[in-house]
Design a protein around this ligand. Sequence first.
Ligand SMILES: [Ca+2]
Ligand SMILES: [Ca+2]
Ligand SMILES: [Ca+2]
Ligand SMILES: [Ca+2]
Length: 363
Amino acid sequence: MRYTYKSTIFIILIALGFCLYNTTAVNVQGNEHKLFLKELGQYNDGGQFVNLQILDDIAFIADFNNGLKIVNITDPFNPVKIGQYDVQQAREVNIVGDIVYLSCNQNGLHILNVTNPTQPIGLGHYSASDAHQLLARGNIGYLANWYGGIIILNLSNPSVPTRIGRYFSDDAVFSLQIEGELAYVAEFDDGLKILNISDPTNAVELGQFYDGGQAISVDVIDNIVFVADKKDGLEIFNINDPSNPVKIGQFNNGGDVVDVDIEGDIACLADWSDGLELINISDPTTPIKLTGFNDGGRIQSVEIIGDLVFLADGEDGLEIIQIGEDNESETIVGFELFYILFGLATILVIKIWTRKKQYIIKN
Ligand SMILES: [Ca+2]
Ligand SMILES: [Ca+2]
Ligand SMILES: [Ca+2]
Ligand SMILES: [Ca+2]
C-alpha cells in the first residue's frame, strides 16, 4: 500500500512540475509574443492625416490638406467627424485645455478655441517660416520651426503670441519634448539635442548625440529618452548626465520610424509605410518586437491610450487599433490544473502521515 501512495505522489509531483513549467511558459509568451492587433474603426475622408492628439473622447487631427479635423471616438468602431477648421499645411496639433495649437508649416501657428468642438474659433496667429510643432508649458510656447530653430513664445494672451526667445539650431528642428528644465530636441540630421530652458529667453545647449539617421520625434520617460530616428529605427538613451546622452538600446528592422509613443513597457512606433510596430521596452537595452499592424497607408503619428492605439495614417486617415491578448484561457486552465493537483498531493501526504502515526502508536 505504502508503495502505491509513494508512486502516486511521485506521478503527481512530476505532473505539478510540468504544469508549473507550462504555466510560466504561457505567461512569458503572453507578455512577449502573444499580443495581437486588430483594427476597430477608421475615419477616412480623402485627407492627408499627419498628426493627432486624443483628449477624452475626441481625436484632434492635423490634415495637411484641409486643416484641423475633430473626430468623436466615443464609439471606436465608428469614429465620426464633428468639426473642422480650414487651413493649409497643418502639420501638428497640440491641445491644452480648450486651446488647440495648430502648427502649419509656412502658414505659421494657428491658435484655436475648441470649447465647442463642433465650431473651432480662431483666436490668434503667429507667422513662422516653417512651424512643425508647438509645445506649451504654462504660458510659454516652444515652437519647433524647422531650419528656423525653436522660437519661444509668450502665450498668456493667445490672440497676440509674442516672441521672448530663440534657439538657433544647426539643423532642422522637427519636434521637442520638455521635462523639468530640460528640452529634448529632435534635430533631424543633427540627432538628439538637450537644452537647458530654465531661462526660456536663453535656451542653452547642454548635450548632443548623433550616429546617423534623422531624428523626427522624441519621448521621455523616467530619465530615458526615446528617439524616432527614421532609417535608424528607435534609439534609446540614458540621460542621467544631460551633457552626455548615452545610447543604451536600439530597435531597427527596416522602415522609417517617424514617431514614438510610450505606455508602460510598450513603445508604439509609427513606421511610415511599414505600419505600426509594438516594442517591448521593459529592458530598454534590449528592445524586442511584440507585434505589428499594416493595412496600407503611411503612419506618421501614433498615440497609445490603454489598450487602444490611434494612428494618423496619411491617406488612410484615422485608424483605431486594439491591442489584444489571445492566451488568457490557456493560462487560467494551467493555473486551475496546478491548484487541483496541489490539493490532491496535500491530501495524500496527510493520509500517509496519519497512517504512519497510527502504525507507530499500534507498535
Ligand atoms: Ca541614429
Ligand atoms: Ca520597421
Ligand atoms: Ca484600415
Ligand atoms: Ca492603414
